[in-house]
Design a protein around this ligand. Structure first.
Ligand code: PGA
Length: 247
């Protein structure tokens, strides 16, 4: 069985004080809970140094929310994978739907970011997901398949180093979670696509309004290997309950 992975995506939330109290509570809970899953938190870039310190003695891994496709140079405002590495970052989200939607990131741009992350030794968490309109038009499998294919083509034989997160856009931050069977159906298709490139064990996370109440059922699906948690990762108690649900 694949080990489960629970990653918090703080998005543009937090502050020096709030980060410290949230992570004290999370680390404390994780220490007493001794979870059998892997855990990470993807924090705003400005707090990486602070959170690196806060997580120094913890099994909770550090994550970033975005990375440049470039190694260095005249790219104002961007942060390279090498820079993230210097702060002991392990995971980096690429292609989150909020980046695709608000920053116009194309499949090709997402693929280039995944390659840059891998080249620096980071684990990209590649996010894919359909909009409500696409789902209603019966295009879910086409859309997520296309998004994943762009990355798989680019990373070639490194596919097994990826993490993939299925995040239906209509479920993100809306309180509307995919039914466990809906998630499983898409995860199964993504798994087949990964098997086709000899990467059957890539962890497939579900994201989109996962919370303490629905996590157990979602995580019980055979092809759901973990969760990418937005809102519920900002409350220690909720995040810890999701971690507990992951085993
Ligand atoms: P949510 O966000 O859990 O708040 O829906 C998930 C995500 O966007 O990663």
């Amino acid at each position: 069985m694949r080990r489960k992975l629970i990653v918090g995506n703080w998005k543009m939330n937090g502050g020096l004080e709030a980060n410290a109290s949230l992570l004290h509570a999370v680390c404390e809970g994780v220490r007493s809970q001794l979870p059998a899953c892997d855990i990470g938190v993807a924090v705003p870039a400005l707090y990486l140094a602070q959170v690196q310190q806060l997580l120094a003695d913890s099994v909770v891994a550090l994550g970033a929310q975005d990375v440049s496709a470039h190694i260095s140079g005249a790219f104002t405002g961007e942060i390279s994978a090498g820079m993230l590495r210097e702060f002991a970052v392990r995971y980096v989200l690429v292609g989150h739907s909020e980046r695709r939607q608000y920053h116009g990131e194309s499949d090709a741009a997402v693929a280039a970011k995944a390659c840059a992350a891998l080249n620096a030794g980071l684990t990209p968490i590649v996010c894919v997901g359909e909009t409500l309109q696409e789902r209603e038009a019966g295009r879910t499998v086409d859309v997520v398949g296309r998004q994943l294919a762009a990355v798989l083509d680019a990373v070639a034989e490194n596919a097994e180093k990826l993490v993939v997160a299925y995040e239906p856009v209509w479920a993100i931050g809306t309180g509307k979670t995919a039914m466990p069977e809906q998630a499983q159906e898409v995860h199964y298709r993504l798994r087949q696509q990964l098997c086709d490139v000899s990467a059957p064990n890539v962890p497939l996370l579900y994201g989109g309004s996962m919370n303490a109440a629905n996590a157990r059922q979602l995580l019980a699906q055979p092809d759901v290997d973990g969760g990418l948690i937005g809102g519920a990762s900002l409350k220690a108690e909720d995040f810890l309950r999701i971690i507990a649900a992951a085993g």
